[in-house]
Design a protein around this ligand. Structure first.
Ligand SMILES: [Zn+2]
Length: 134
């Protein structure tokens, strides 16, 4: 199950991003998965739930965008979706097609809670400087 190692490195990447941006928690992680990536979205979700436990990503929303399999025909330049893994141009039946989307497994977006120290109210009734009266 290579989903485990993919999700593990995904979590590392997200935690690094969170640290770099001075974040305190990860709210949402969005990934893109194409049907040719060899990655099973359900297994990715399961792996995320298991592996994120105890990390900075625990409890964050995990959103999977499934990318359609698309191709372009080299003969007639048509662009089309391949819903059933039939690698033939839907326009001219040519087999000279190039996959343009569907291979991806990648991090799309991360939403983090930032450390907003500036908005924390100062304690009242203390901390004022006393004036020295001569
Ligand atoms: Zn064609």
């Amino acid at each position: 199950m290579h989903e485990i190692s993919l999700v593990r490195s995904l979590l590392k990447q997200v935690e690094r991003l969170c640290k770099q941006n001075d974040g305190t928690a990860v709210e949402q992680i969005e990934v893109e998965i194409g049907p040719l990536s060899g990655v099973e979205p359900l297994l990715v979700r399961e792996a995320f739930e298991i592996l994120s436990f105890g990390t900075g990503c625990a409890g964050s929303r995990f959103v999977i965008h499934e990318v359609p399999l698309k191709a372009r025909c080299s003969d007639c330049q048509a662009e089309f979706e391949l819903p059933s893994f039939v690698f033939v141009c839907s326009g001219c039946q040519s087999r000279a097609i190039q996959i343009t989307s569907g291979n991806e497994f990648r991090l799309l977006n991360v939403t983090i809670q930032a450390n907003q120290a500036a908005n924390i109210p100062k304690p009242r009734g203390g901390g004022y400087e006393t004036e020295h009266i001569a």
